[in-house]
Design a protein around this ligand. Sequence first.
Ligand SMILES: [Zn+2]
Ligand SMILES: [Zn+2]
Length: 129
Amino acid sequence: MKCPVCNLEMVVLEFNSVEIDYCHECFGVWLDSGELALLLDNQTKYQRLADSFAFQKKVKETPRKCPICRKKMDKVACGSRQNIVIDKCRGDHGFWFDKRELYDLLEDSFDSESSELKEFLKNIFKIKN
Ligand SMILES: [Zn+2]
Ligand SMILES: [Zn+2]
């Protein structure tokens, strides 16, 4: 699968047997539909996140194309203050997170609660404490 930002081949990382497509160039992350729920491994948490998602009509951020269907994705604001803007395929293929966005979203939504997933993301995004 190619990165929607750099157009370079992404690598597949695995976390608890969930596949995460990751770009070494821009540190972006692609999650297929359903993988976000699998990653969180908790329906309540996933629901909390999903409930915060709000479709944005006007966003300055460059539109990105879905790496699967190549169609322009929607911008979706999420997080407690809807301050994190991610890209979602209109055909529901999945979500694109720019560098750190996935980590920031978890941090924002689940406070400083530490988790294996956050440690894993910190590692791939090279976030230092
Ligand atoms: Zn990239
Ligand atoms: Zn798509």
